[in-house]
Design a protein around this ligand. Structure first.
Ligand SMILES: Nc1ncnc2c1ncn2[C@@H]1O[C@H](COP(=O)(O)OP(=O)(O)O)[C@@H](O)[C@H]1O
Ligand SMILES: [Mg+2]
Length: 225
């Protein structure tokens, strides 16, 4: 067990779109302790989402390495990487990313496909998770029948489907009013107290104040740790 559950070494990411290249990350080295509640802050367009995608293995760096629990994920094949991601990492995004034609319960179940949870047990587990985020009454609701805060709580339940050790959240409260934001934050703090490592990109100063570590990103670099 490594003390640092996530490590990045000299991460660079350059996007090429036609003739335009964008250096989104320019040498990011950081460490995130196991069980911490870490916050990533910085202006829009400065590389925060890119960093989250690389940490979570959703995209690969142009240069540099990402170590998750001591494993250099750049050395993994796509299928091994998908396996590691499914087992260890839960993602929550700003725009919920729920499947609109599925119920809350079915949305959570979609994340159990590679989990090894027997198919018969999946609805029970999905309902447990939805209860955990305060949606016991909404198993059968479609996303369009839920508020923004409720949809984000479904997304959190989905991220928890495989009981991942790491939760990566990219502006999870960016589209919520302050009441819904408070509810979502309470769930995140609770998950942290239960031992999850939480990494959250946010513009909310209150979260940053309560976080164990704050990493500031500017122009694709870490400016304060
Ligand atoms: N898939 C992509 N293709 C091309 N450019 C991208 C892509 N994703 C992000 N960028 C660019 O990289 C920079 C950093 O973006 P991003 O990581 O999304 O920043 P943030 O999350 O801090 O707002 C921006 O200039 C953005 O336009
Ligand atoms: Mg972003």
């Amino acid at each position: 067990m490594t003390e640092m559950i996530i490590k990045t070494e000299n991460l660079h990411k350059t996007y090429a779109t036609g003739k335009v290249t964008t250096a989104a990350l320019r040498g990011v080295s950081l460490e995130i302790p196991r069980g911490s509640f870490s916050c990533i802050i910085g202006p829009s367009g400065h590389g925060k989402s890119t960093l989250m995608h690389l940490i979570g293995g959703l995209d690969r760096p142009t240069v540099g390495r990402v170590l998750v629990d001591g494993t250099d994920i750049s050395l993994l094949s796509s299928s091994r990487l998908a396996e590691l991601r499914a087992g260890k990492i839960g993602f929550v995004f700003q725009f919920f990313n729920l499947l609109q034609n599925l119920t809350a319960e079915e949305n959570v179940e979609t994340a159990m496909m590679f989990s090894g949870i027997p198919e018969k047990a999946q609805p029970v587990r999905a309902r447990e998770l939805l209860s955990l985020v305060g949606l016991a009454e909404k198993f059968r609701a479609k996303p369009s029948e839920l508020s923004g805060g409720q949809q984000q709580r479904v997304a959190i339940a989905r991220a928890l489907a495989n009981d991942p050790e790491i939760l990566l959240m990219d502006e999870p409260t960016g589209n919520l009013d302050s009441a819904a934001e408070g509810e979502v934050l309470e769930i995140l703090f609770q998950l942290h107290r239960q031992g999850k490592t939480v990494v959250i990109v946010t513009h909310n100063n209150e979260i940053a104040r309560q976080a164990g570590g704050v990493i500031e990103i500017r122009d694709g670099r870490v400016v304060a740790a």
